[in-house]
Design a protein around this ligand. Sequence first.
Ligand code: ADP
Length: 257
Amino acid sequence: MEAEVIRARKLDSVRILAGGIAHDFNNIMMGILGNLNLAKMFLNQPEKLEARIDEAEKAVNRAKDLTHQLLAVAKGGNPVKKTASVAEIIKESGEFVLSGSNVRLELDVAEDLWPVDVDVGQMNQVMSNLLLNARQAMPKGGTVRVEARNVVVTAEDRLPLPDGRYVFILVRDEGVGIKAEYLDRIFDPYFTTKDRGTEKGTGLGLAIVYSIMRRHGGYVNVESKEGQGTVFYLYLPASDKDVPLVEEPQKPLQKGR
Ligand code: ADP
């Protein structure tokens, strides 16, 4: 890309980010201010007063959540790594996000999967964000398929990763898909095609996924066709500890954005 195009693209991202934060915090401040003003009017009506204070408190909590999410994009809190199983993380997040929904989880997870050294909370967040997006992309229900297997990455694979052993995870949905012109932007903080300000879209989910994956020495990418569905690919470095012997690990799929 030409330097000028890159600069314009960065400015665009910053504009979206700044606008998103300003918009969200403004809404929250209005929520606090409005409820405090009403509270003053209800000083002699304890029940109404309490209801207003409760609402103001909720708004403050929303601000707290938002700050946590933004920090997760920026630096993500110190990852507290331990040796863990990707299979467990997938199952736990699947239950958390999809139970009670009309979206079915189909699993194809290799039994001899190498363990990974990860912050389990952060990796749960990665999987939950991807599964939540898949669920929202299939409002009429459907199947989300998650595969996981061992791969050895080499320079030939042209991935932005050092050579080595990785656990490869694929999350495929049969939802609405992503417009080609959006594919470059979906990992940008505050990029969303969903209603902002509702529970539905913050535009921070994939920015958090990207940030956490990079901090774990991993990689995430996407392929999608509008109207057909979306696939996210993730690579996580395998742990050096407790590696079960695997004779011939499969090659990773060829990726590239
Ligand atoms: P949010 O979900 O709050 O909008 P994300 O960062 O998680 O924020 O996603 C950004 C955008 O990427 C979404 O608004 C949507 O347009 C697109 N997207 C992400 N995952 C999917 C998916 N599985 N199917 C279709 N579109 C998706």
